[in-house]
Ligand binder design. Structure first.
Ligand SMILES: Cc1cc2nc3c(=O)[nH]c(=O)nc-3n(C[C@H](O)[C@H](O)[C@H](O)COP(=O)(O)OP(=O)(O)OC[C@H]3O[C@@H](n4cnc5c(N)ncnc54)[C@H](O)[C@@H]3O)c2cc1C
Length: 306
């Protein structure tokens, strides 16, 4: 007879939860870099009520991390201790409201938000078409592109805290800046309402097409990457600095700086998170030593080294 596999004890009660709980889920399946060790616990909620019920029962000492499409995330090879909650395919409501407003749950893709807004003749959110993440990720990062930015469009957001309290904030109550959003601690985004303007006919569709073409021409969009690795320093461009220092194409293990866009790191197929982080640190050091500029990551780096 086969011995029964021993499962670790769960840190919270799952009775009545309707989502899917997985143990030691490889995060390489959930990040655009296709690297990252396992999440100790991984939860795909059934819907918004289900994720609130989950948050209500989490013990204070269980680390919890929310995930959208993992398109701005480097998970280290040792994985993430604690619980990862994935919003995409779970929090998927997207509704047009009166007065040129749009309600979207965190797991809706940015591309869908952009398409829905232009189909309704609304202006302001077309830039989201080229951001390959979730709406929750765009809110958490204040994603922006081609002159547009997420938070200036926000009317309000709905959050849940550990313990299950649901809070609402208007835009003026949350500090934000370039790829920076100051949410209260242990506070996760469930949904947001965007206040958009009136568009002009099918101008929005044309705008989306033009933005996507521009991206395809300047970024390695077909390869495994996480967009811009570094934020632009004040008054400059990270890509320009990296290119000037000859880092385009520079390689560590299976990771290299793109030859198309110097601020993108590509996983050529065999990269580990360690290779990618090694390349990030090598570039930061070189930039610091040769220009005095301290580059800051735009990508979030989480988890433990293996
Ligand atoms: C090819 C490519 C091009 C890109 N171009 C751009 C660009 O033009 N502009 C730009 O801004 N970004 C760009 N990015 C980066 C990325 O798409 C954005 O940062 C996006 O907003 C991340 O969304 P996500 O769902 O993938 O977030 P994830 O990578 O899953 O998470 C990013 C961070 O947000 C947090 N988070 C996610 N969801 C929630 C939530 N519901 N509540 C609380 N916190 C949450 C996570 O914990 C994590 O810290 C690009 C990436 C790629 C791969």
């Amino acid at each position: 007879m086969m011995a029964a596999r021993k499962l670790p004890p769960l840190p919270f009660d799952t009775e009545g939860l309707r989502g899917e709980l997985r143990l030691r889920e490889p995060m390489s399946r959930h990040t655009s870099w296709r690297v990252g060790g396992p999440a100790e616990f991984f939860y795909q909620p059934a819907d918004k009520a289900d994720v609130i019920a989950l948050m209500r029962r989490l013990p204070d000492d269980l680390p919890v991390y929310w995930l959208g499409l993992g398109s701005n995330l480097l998970v280290r090879d040792g994985g993430i201790p604690g619980l990862v909650v994935k919003t995409v395919k779970s929090l998927g409501e997207l509704v047009l409201l009166e007065n040129q407003r749009l309600y979207a749950e965190a797991g809706v893709t940015c591309a869908k938000v952009a398409r829905k807004s232009v189909a309704a003749g609304l202006a302001g959110a077309a830039f989201l078409a080229g951001v390959p993440g979730s709406f929750g990720g765009a809110l958490a990062m204040n994603a922006g592109a081609f002159g547009g930015e997420t938070w200036p469009l926000v009317e309000s957001v709905e959050c849940v805290q550990r313990g299950g309290a649901v809070l609402h904030f208007n835009r003026g109550e949350i500090g934000y800046g370039y790829r920076r959003v100051e949410l209260p601690a242990d506070c996760f985004l469930l949904s947001g309402v965007l206040a958009l303007g009136a568009g002009s006919g099918d101008g929005g569709q044309a705008e989306i097409r033009a933005l996507l073409e521009k991206r395809g021409a300047s970024q390695p969009v077909q390869s495994a990457n996480a967009g811009s690795v570094f934020k632009n320093p004040k008054g400059g461009y990270a890509a320009r600095i990296l290119e000037d220092l000859g880092l385009k194409g520079h390689q560590v293990g299976g990771a290299c700086f793109s030859t198309k866009h110097a601020n993108f790191i590509i996983n050529e197929g065999t990269a580990t998170a360690r290779d990618i982080e090694g390349l990030i640190e090598l570039a930061r050091r070189k930039v610091r030593e040769e220009t005095g500029v301290e580059l800051e990551h735009e990508v979030r780096i989480v988890g433990e080294a293996s």
